[in-house]
Design a binder for this molecule. Structure first.
Ligand code: NAD
Length: 303
């Protein structure tokens, strides 16, 4: 196999998914007499969050859905934010609600998430959706791990019986990732900051999902030959290549791509791997939410 075919092109897959979603969104509009709607709430001026919110808005509109943006100042009270969420819960034009995290320190994230109607919680962070995922009920699954599973199934077909190691146990990536892989009948190990002999644990895996936030931590000699490697990490590091201007940075994952790509059967790059999947899956969850709220049938597995 040439080096290129080992690379899982998340950008291309996300584009294809967005095209399928746009067709479904047009069909929804024709049947429901309105567009599906996604509301994004941003508190404060965090530059990275502003970029995410702008991109979400653009891609929502490009997919033929309505985008609603609510911006609150950094010193808004928690009660102000909860009032916006309640208003969106009650608005029939809003199918999905996303509160951009992180919130300012004076706000309780769990309380805010708990206020979102679980049937509009397209981020899948509400405890009701966490419970639905854990028990196999239909709900909403966090976008990044669902995107990872889509890439894995696209590459491998059935994941049944494969050994999977998820590195990281966060609520937004590691834990839901592990639940999804269990649902796909993998044998799942969740590794984290206290795991002993991490390299040995990873070496057993047919599927490695790295969601740590440590640049290039997973080395090629940790990877079982032929394994599929999904790199969720997004880390900005100084550029060290010759001729790079001082202060310039580049993005790297949690996996040392150069050495891992030599051994892996398939691997996601950073950027262009998992990253583009997150917003595409958010749009997927929103069009699913719209169909459910309108009582319209949708083959969710085809998306
Ligand atoms: P987090 O900080 O909440 O969790 C990191 C996890 O890594 C923790 O569970 C911790 O136990 C584990 N960990 C830390 N050090 C470790 C070590 N030395 N060995 C093994 N495990 C260790 O992070 P997160 O929100 O889950 O995000 C993880 C990474 O994924 C970050 O780089 C983040 O930027 C990225 N991310 C990308 C996307 C995307 O692609 N759209 C979305 C979410 C997160």
């Amino acid at each position: 196999m040439s080096a290129d075919t080992r690379i899982i092109d998340g950008k291309a897959f996300a584009e294809g998914l967005r095209t399928r979603i746009a067709a479904v969104a047009a069909d929804f509009e024709a049947k429901a007499g309105r567009k599906a709607g996604l509301a994004v709430v941003l508190v404060g001026e965090d530059p990275a969050s502003q970029v995410y919110v702008r991109n979400k808005g653009k891609q929502t509109v490009a997919a033929g859905m309505e985008s609603f943006e609510h911006k609150l100042p950094a010193d808004a009270s928690e009660a102000d934010l909860l009032a916006v969420v309640e208003q969106l819960n009650a608005d029939p034009a809003v199918d999905g609600i996303l509160v951009q995290l992180p919130l300012p320190a004076h706000m309780n994230e769990q309380k805010v998430i708990a206020t979102i109607n679980p049937d509009k919680d397209v981020d899948g962070f509400h405890v009701v959706n966490v419970g639905r995922l854990a028990t196999g009920l239909p709900g909403f699954v966090p976008c990044t791990p669902l995107g990872c599973v889509m890439l894995l199934k696209d590459r491998l077909g059935s994941l049944s019986g494969l050994d999977a190691v998820v590195i990281g146990r966060s609520n937004i990536v590691g834990k839901p990732m592990a639940q999804l892989l269990i649902a796909e009948s993998c044998t799942v190990t969740v590794a984290h900051s206290r795991t002993k002999d991490l390299a040995d644990v990873v070496r057993r895996a047919d599927i490695v999902v790295a969601a740590v936030g440590r640049p290039e931590m997973v080395k090629g000699d940790w990877i079982k030959p032929g394994a599929t490697v999904i790199d969720v990490g997004i880390n900005r590091v100084p550029r060290t290549d010759q001729g790079a201007e001082e202060g310039k940075t580049r993005l790297v994952g949690d996996v040392d791509f150069a050495s891992a790509a030599e051994v892996a059967g398939a691997i996601t790059p950073v950027p262009g791997g998992v990253g583009p999947m997150t917003i595409a899956v958010l749009l997927r969850n929103t069009i699913v939410a719209a169909h459910r709220s309108a009582g319209l049938a949708l083959d969710e597995s085809a998306l």
